[in-house]
Ligand binder design. Structure first.
Ligand SMILES: Cc1cc2nc3c(=O)[nH]c(=O)nc-3n(C[C@H](O)[C@H](O)[C@H](O)COP(=O)(O)O)c2cc1C
Length: 165
């Protein structure tokens, strides 16, 4: 079982998540190859049982280079993918109030936008998870390792046990 993992980490948080994901999967005998999106062309993506894409947020969307990368992906219809994104942790405004849910949603459209780009190509989304990053550059939210582990377990189950039933 092999997973190809593509991230676009700018400050290192997304990369830290990728490394932890790889470590957890290696304990389950699953190989994970990590790539930064700037280091590989989407048409050179190697074959795999699953693709994981991971993006930070930028003005409510994945950054332009991530969207360009995803638009360039050329994989067979039905290919399975998962999204493990990072986003800015929501904090109270100057008035001490948390922003309204609709305002937050406008700034965190990374997962639906990435899903739409890949679904239009016939790719099949199997799971998503999002991890908060505080203060733009970090730290990651408390308990992020457990979140990554639960996500890895979910993927493992979907890929392996479910396909044997
Ligand atoms: C210019 C800029 C714009 C950002 N815009 C958003 C945003 O619209 N929504 C959001 O949730 N996070 C936003 N963030 C926070 C990023 O999601 C966060 O810095 C990133 O997830 C950190 O991950 P990294 O260390 O892997 O780069 C922004 C960060 C920067 C620097």
């Amino acid at each position: 079982m092999k997973i190809e993992y593509f991230h676009a980490s700018r400050f290192g948080n997304g990369e830290q998540i990728a490394i932890e994901f790889k470590r957890i999967m290696s304990e389950r005998d699953i190989t994970v190859n990590i790539h930064h999106m700037r280091d590989i062309r989407p048409k050179d993506i190697p074959p795999a049982d699953l693709y994981v894409f991971s993006s930070p947020g930028c003005m409510g969307k994945p950054p332009m280079h991530v969207r360009r990368f995803l638009h360039g992906v050329n994989l067979p219809a039905g290919t399975r993918f998962a999204l493990l994104n990072t986003q800015g942790a929501v904090s109270p405004g100057k008035d001490g109030q948390m922003p309204a849910a609709e305002e937050v949603a406008k700034l965190q459209r990374m997962t639906p936008i990435m899903t739409d780009i890949l679904a239009e190509k016939g790719l099949s989304l199997i799971a998503t998870e999002t991890i908060d990053v505080f203060n733009i550059k970090g730290p990651l939210e408390e308990g992020w390792e457990q979140k990554v582990e639960a996500f890895a377990d979910r993927l493992n189950w979907l890929l392996f046990y479910k396909s044997q039933r």
